[in-house]
Design a protein around this ligand. Structure first.
Ligand code: HEC
Length: 102
């Protein structure tokens, strides 16, 4: 009985090890295959369009000001906001900065 209990536990441990290995491999493979962005517009599409199909409303939400002021607003906003592709944030910033120039 005791032995049986032990073997169940080691089977669980093996299962956990295998699951961990798969997880590590999957995140590695995922990081390897993320497609690069072709342009700032493409970066926006990859990072934001899942939730914001059009950027028109977002551009309106950015307050008027110099490039530095808008960039500061965008960066501050990003710190509290989801993004599908954190690695593309610099390109997305560039995209929003250009689009909100007025
Ligand atoms: C997981 C979903 C999701 C993703 C991804 C996302 N957003 Fe949002 N965003 C929201 C929601 C929800 C709101 C709240 C406004 C609303 O009700 O539409 C919002 C609001 C905003 C606003 C305020 C203006 C407004 O419409 O109220 C800006 C600016 C914005 N998002 C920019 C971005 C940018 C830039 C990206 C890409 C880096 C991004 N968001 C990615 C869900 C998302």
């Amino acid at each position: 009985m005791f032995l049986k209990c032990n073997s169940t536990r080691s089977r669980l441990a093996r299962l956990a090890a295998v699951a961990g290995a798969i997880y590590v491999y999957a995140s590695w493979a995922g990081a390897q295959t993320l497609p690069p962005a072709q342009s700032p517009a493409d970066a926006y599409r990859k990072g934001c369009a899942a939730c914001h199909e059009s950027e028109a409303r977002l551009i309106r939400a950015i307050p008027r000001g110099s490039d530095e002021q808008r960039l500061a607003w965008i960066r501050d906003f990003f710190n509290r906001h989801p993004c599908e592709r954190d690695d593309l944030k610099p390109l997305i910033e560039q995209y929003l900065l250009e689009k909100s120039r007025r």
